[in-house]
Ligand binder design. Structure first.
Ligand SMILES: NC(=O)c1ccc[n+]([C@@H]2O[C@H](COP(=O)([O-])OP(=O)(O)OC[C@H]3O[C@@H](n4cnc5c(N)ncnc54)[C@H](OP(=O)(O)O)[C@@H]3O)[C@@H](O)[C@H]2O)c1
Length: 318
């Protein structure tokens, strides 16, 4: 991360932009005029931005981009953390110098973002970053933290539960595993062989995804599984059904299955994000950062994230 004295003047700043929809190869770093905070808005000098699959899914083609209200030229990335450096008219609760984090839809990988002070939604918001939460960590929370919280709310785990989490080592998985453990549940998490130690460190018992998953889970948990979250597709949903888990205690986030709830980060409880930040500040939850890259290496970072075998989160330093 650059020190404040190294930062560009407020006339222009770096931003990742796309002139055409596509994959990592269309991501470029540009100098663009710095946005100004209007009434009710704050401008944030970004220190770090966290990547999510949603970033490249939204900007991969024109139809998907249009569904999110995006048009060319478009920025990249949604999760950010930094410091408020300009406050618009009528804003209360934020002042220059405040550390903040949150979401800025498809414009977060930039030196500056402008968001609504009273946004409260992952696409356009600022939350105070508690002491004890560093910027790289804060930059991973808005999408994955909210989504894990929404999924946990569906299955509502407790100390009597054994929860199967599919895709447990990914960006959402690291939150879901730890939140379920904090709720007192036993957690079995699916991953490849490369995820085993990582999952154990998070507090989950690893099991390999793929053919025969139900038998492997039965061997690990002969008394049964009581709830499940599928963070990858539908395999974990079907395995959970095979193991006798009722649909009401199964949740998916990346695919739809008739009869099973699909959790969406946008529907997380008010305060879910603040609660996760508080857990991190208190040392009860941690966010493993798989890799961090300077913004100039955005293409490498996006390629790594899009490979779908990241353990934890990928972060861009600004
Ligand atoms: N509904 C919502 O609001 C919402 C919000 C966020 C994300 N999502 C979606 O949820 C999904 C997960 O997001 P994420 O950020 O966690 O993604 P991610 O970080 O890219 O997930 C990577 C993880 O997926 C695992 N994985 C790869 N192939 C797998 C398989 N066949 N079965 C099970 N796990 C597999 C990998 O484990 P190994 O390396 O061990 O293979 C890796 O740890 C994405 O599709 C994303 O678009 C939805």
């Amino acid at each position: 991360m650059r020190q404040p004295s190294d930062r560009p003047s407020t006339a222009s700043g770096r931003a990742v932009q796309l002139d055409s929809f596509g994959g990592p190869e269309v991501l470029d770093v540009r100098e663009i005029p710095v946005p100004q905070a209007g009434p009710g808005q704050v401008r944030v000098r970004v220190a770090a931005a966290g990547l999510n699959p949603m970033d490249w899914i939204m900007t991969a083609d024109a139809d998907t981009a249009a569904r999110f209200g995006l048009s060319l030229p478009v920025g990249f990335g949604t999760d950010y953390a930094g410091v408020v450096d300009q406050v618009g008219a009528g804003v209360t609760g934020f002042a220059p110098g405040d550390r903040v984090f949150g979401g800025a839809l498809s414009r977060a990988v930039a030196d500056f973002v402008v968001v609504d002070a009273a946004g409260g939604v992952a696409a356009n918001e600022a939350c105070h970053t508690p002491d004890g939460v560093d910027d790289r960590t804060a930059a991973t929370l808005a999408i994955a933290g909210r989504t894990a919280s929404a999924a946990l709310a569906v299955i509502d785990p407790g100390p009597d539960d054994t929860v199967l989490i599919g895709g447990a080592a990914g960006g959402v998985g690291v939150f879901a595993v730890q939140l379920a453990r904090i709720a007192g549940a036993r957690v079995i998490g699916t991953g490849s062989a490369t995820s085993s130690d990582f999952l154990r460190d998070l507090g989950a018992e690893p099991v390999a995804y793929g053919d025969g998953l139900a038998d492997r889970v039965r061997a690990l948990a002969p008394d049964g599984v009581t709830a499940a979250i599928d963070l990858h597709g539908t395999d974990t949903v079907h395995t959970a059904r095979e193991l006798g888990v009722p649909d009401a205690r199964i949740c998916a986030i990346a695919a739809q299955v008739d009869g099973v709830s699909t959790a969406n980060g946008a529907n997380a409880a008010v305060g879910a994000l603040d609660e996760i930040a508080r857990l991190i500040a208190a040392g009860h939850l941690r966010v493993p950062v798989a890799a961090s890259f300077p913004v100039e290496q955005i293409r490498r970072a996006a390629e790594l994230q899009a490979g779908r075998h990241v353990h934890g989160k990928v972060v861009i330093d600004l």
